[in-house]
Design a protein around this ligand. Sequence first.
Ligand SMILES: *Cc1c(COP(=O)(O)O)cnc(C)c1O
Length: 366
Amino acid sequence: MLSIAERVRRGLDQIQPYVPGITDDEIRKMYGLRRIVKLNSNENALGPSPKALEAIRAELETLHLYPDGGSGRLREAVAAFHQVSADHVIAGNGSDNLIKLLSETFLQPGDEVVVPFPSFSQYNFGAQVMQADIVSVPLRPDFTYDVEALAGAVTARTKLVYACSPNNPTGTILKADEAKWLLDHLPEHVMLLLDLAYNDYTERPDRVRETADLLQDPRVVCLHTFSKLYGLAGLRIGYALAHPDVWNYVHRLREPFNVNRLAQRAAAAALQDEAHRQASVKHAAACRAFYLERTAEIGLEAIAPEGNFILVKTGDGRKTVQELMKLGVMVRAGFAGLDEYVRITYGLEEDNEACIEALAQVKGAL
Ligand SMILES: *Cc1c(COP(=O)(O)O)cnc(C)c1O
């Protein structure tokens, strides 16, 4: 009999299943803790948009019905928000879903994908699924984008170039003029995928933006999520903007009902929730100031240009995670190329205090 390993399609041996980290419940049991401070996944400390919760409650009675497969009302809402037409918009089961769909749409084995390093791991996942080769281009030593290096890594086999702004986990932005430079210097056959998951956290005037002008270029795709600023990570909902011709092909691979009813309604409502959005942006700004001041006080270097998280240099990121865990504080480490750092998501005031206290306590042992 053939083994399963001999039956599955080629290339799967190279892909490892996503290993979720230890859960807060497991940590609570393991160390006999009452409360866990969860600052490891860039979730919104303020919780979901109240308007989204209201929309979900109103939608519960119709859960026996299939969702709108085309996410029509949500796409209209996104289009109005960004002042583009609805045929420029696609919705996905999280932007992870859209990254995979775009990979399936554009990549074949042997193609190349240029990704910044360090950055979000799902770009590599999409490439691996399609057996494309990943070409990692380091950020500059100060973690800013090196667009010349990104363009310089392009070959005749390159299909996609990614840029994440603000970048997870470094928080650095791709500036609008850098994006323009990049587009001017990328050859015709290369698409530029801009992941703007944290872009609405920043008010920097020089940030890249998904303007109608930018989206006129059929090589540009802008990815967005409701998981961060809008506080809907558990619902799985993201969207992307691009020329309608891009979506014409992505729709051929998309599952017919890839976004559930609750997610469609909640996301459309969250977009209208200006108060929640502004509170989230303000909260992140206050936390940034807090962490920069307090990490300096305890003698730790930190980087927090933009986004809802900060990168703190502790010397040994993984060990820091382990030590903080014993104190009931969850942060994230293990980013390739950033062994010395942990990433801390901004939490509520008492959680941030607890995190700083725990850091001060474990610092000597790292
Ligand atoms: C969190 C995050 C996303 C969002 O993914 P979802 O699947 O929408 O939850 C996308 N890109 C980056 C860079 C992120 O950090």
